[in-house]
Design a protein around this ligand. Structure first.
Ligand SMILES: [Zn+2]
Ligand SMILES: [Zn+2]
Length: 150
């Protein structure tokens, strides 16, 4: 074999090897799928923060996609809650807050106080008894704060 042939041969061997490993992994995964899923479920139950951290990582990597999702969800939520005011502290606080924004008593900043993203900024209530005290956050940081362990 000359050099060219040898290289081609090695490349072929290499790809065959990769293909073989992949097939083997797939077969193994298929055979132990339920077992693995059960293990993962158990693991995440024991370590809730691990899942949260990995979800946050995914969210950070795909911020724009998640922003769009969150905007759609918010629009849907508003559509669904019109005419469904239930007098809970949460509802009252949101209503008072929204009214204050509409009347210009509260100015919505244009920047997230956490990551300084410019765009749609939410007011996050720390205490629903204080409807005018909020933290200003973008949709990503806002989601994160709600997923924090209490
Ligand atoms: Zn942010
Ligand atoms: Zn919030």
């Amino acid at each position: 074999m000359n050099r060219e042939e040898l290289n081609a041969y090695n490349r072929k061997r290499y790809h065959e090897r990769i293909e073989y490993e992949r097939a083997r992994r797939e077969k193994y995964y298929k055979a132990h799928r339920e077992e693995k899923l059960a293990y993962a479920r158990e693991y995440h139950k024991l370590h809730p923060d691990v899942k949260r951290r990995s979800q946050n990582k995914i969210r950070d990597a795909n911020r724009e996609v998640y922003r769009e999702d969150s905007r759609k969800r918010e629009a849907k939520r508003v559509r669904c809650t019109i005419g469904r005011y239930d007098h809970s502290p949460q509802c009252t606080a949101r209503w008072k807050f929204r009214e204050a924004i509409e009347h210009g008593r509260i100015i919505r900043p244009s920047e997230c106080s956490c990551c300084h993203h410019k765009g749609r900024i939410h007011g996050h209530h720390i205490d629903y008894d204080k409807p005018y005290e909020v933290i200003w956050l973008c949709s990503i940081c806002h989601g994160k704060i709600h997923r924090l362990p209490n």
